[in-house]
Design a protein around this ligand. Structure first.
Ligand SMILES: NC(=O)c1ccc[n+]([C@@H]2O[C@H](COP(=O)([O-])OP(=O)(O)OC[C@H]3O[C@@H](n4cnc5c(N)ncnc54)[C@H](OP(=O)(O)O)[C@@H]3O)[C@@H](O)[C@H]2O)c1
Length: 162
């Protein structure tokens, strides 16, 4: 089984998206996401797949796994599965599987995760998609606060289980 890692950019109020889009554009966070996930498998919900700009779909240099309950759904360039368990099973031989959202998938996958890679974003935006509460079983194992080139403050926080 691969190591299962949830990776998300999460506002102070746990917001992660609105109208099937992200709520910010932070180049350092995009670079961080790319560096961590490069060469590994990524699994996402159908809505997050559809939210990716066409030029990044599939995310290059990574195995893209999309889950949908629609039997006839098509996601060119990605592998499709009809449940979270079967999506994870597709990555059985991978070293690492990154669960990359969205809200629905994070809520279901949190219990299965070995590690969380959270970019904490210092904003409290209006949203319609939220990251789950990070429970007491999780411990911060590393926190980096790079200097932001833009106005929005952020920190890269890794969590492992107790
Ligand atoms: N800030 C971040 O790091 C981050 C990361 C990713 C996404 N986001 C944001 O999150 C939002 C999208 O999240 P969301 O919760 O609306 O959608 P989502 O989690 O991306 O996708 C939900 C869809 O996944 C499929 N699905 C869910 N559970 C399933 C299961 N157990 N088996 C099979 N298929 C399953 C269903 O597709 P069907 O309806 O086709 O059956 C469902 O409608 C957007 O705003 C996006 O920008 C933010």
């Amino acid at each position: 089984m691969p190591e299962i890692i949830l990776i998300a950019a999460v506002a102070a109020n746990r917001a992660i998206g609105k109208d099937n889009q992200l709520l910010w554009s932070i180049p350092e966070d995009m670079a961080h996401f790319k560096a961590l996930t490069a060469g590994h498998a990524v699994l996402m919900g159908r809505k997050t797949w559809e939210s990716l700009p066409a030029r990044f779909r599939p995310l290059p240099g990574r195995r893209n796994i999309v889950i949908s309950r629609q039997a006839d759904y098509s996601a060119p360039g990605a592998e499709l599965a009809n449940s979270l368990a079967s999506g994870i099973a597709l990555a059985e031989s991978a070293e690492k599987l990154f669960i990359i959202g969205g809200a629905d998938i994070y809520a279901q996958a949190m219990a299965l995760a070995d590690r969380l890679e959270i970019t904490e974003i210092a904003l409290n935006p209006e949203a319609d998609a939220w990251f789950p509460v990070i429970g007491d079983e999780w411990r911060v194992s590393e926190k980096k606060t790079p200097s932001a080139s833009g106005e929005t403050g952020f920190a890269f926080v890794s969590y492992t289980r107790d």
